[in-house]
Design a protein around this ligand. Structure first.
Ligand SMILES: [Fe+2]
Ligand SMILES: [Fe+2]
Length: 223
């Protein structure tokens, strides 16, 4: 199976990591900053989007008459969590910019935990199911697992810089982290998640609640 050029690790442009405010996020396709939609400004641990599989009753937001999940349900659900993590990252940046190191540390822990929960949802739930269904064990999921490892290392480096109140080290690491995250999320949202929607459409009833449980941190993390 052929994948788009982004899978070769090519870059899609540098982003000014420290120029985002709390309501901004990154457009994964264009690399431009935009506003975070109201729908993602919900506390973590709650449903990031309505889960209403099987058409029984109206969806929580009343936006559809059918109550059925769309063809892009996995893509939509996981992309929403990318946005949610982006917002937590921005809060760290803002605290660092103010020199509020204690607040930055607190915000970073929220961001860090959210990232690990998101990775756990992918690595322990979504990717294994995709691999079983498609037989592709050395394809996109292997690439994504490798990038998760690199991102975990960057998170550790950023954590150390914050612990030392080292603004320069933090800024350098954060910029690399932001670019890496952006490229990673583009690949997932444009390629891997749509493939999951294609191959796992009949699994949504159990898959989405399981992803939600991981993202909400109800399962133990292996750090
Ligand atoms: Fe990922
Ligand atoms: Fe992801």
């Amino acid at each position: 199976m052929a994948f788009p050029p982004l899978w070769d690790g090519s870059t899609i442009g540098r982003i000014g990591a420290l120029n985002l405010d709390r309501n901004q996020t990154i457009d994964r396709a264009s690399g431009q900053c935009g506003r975070i939609p109201e729908s993602v400004k919900c506390p973590r641990g709650k449903y990031l989007m309505p889960i209403n599989v099987g058409g029984a009753g109206a969806p929580d937001n009343g936006s559809s008459d059918s109550g059925r999940l769309g063809m892009d349900a996995i893509t939509d659900f996981m992309a929403e969590d990318h946005r949610s993590c982006d917002a937590l990252f921005v809060a760290v940046e803002q605290a660092v910019a103010r020199g509020a190191w204690q607040a930055a540390g607190n915000e970073f822990r929220r961001f860090h935990d959210a990232m690990l929960h998101h990775f756990a949802a992918e690595e322990s739930v979504l990717f294994p199911l995709f691999e079983q269904r498609t037989g592709m064990y050395r394809g996109p999921t292997q690439v994504m697992r490798g990038e998760h490892s690199q991102i975990r290392q960057l998170l550790s480096a950023a954590e150390s810089a914050l612990a030392e109140s080292n603004a320069d080290d933090y800024a350098g690491t954060a910029e690399t982290l932001l670019i890496m995250l952006q490229q990673h999320n583009v690949k997932e949202e444009n390629v891997l998640y749509p493939m999951c929607d294609q191959y796992l459409a009949d699994q949504l009833e159990t898959l989405l609640p399981e992803l939600q449980k991981q993202i909400a941190g109800e399962e133990r993390l292996s750090r």
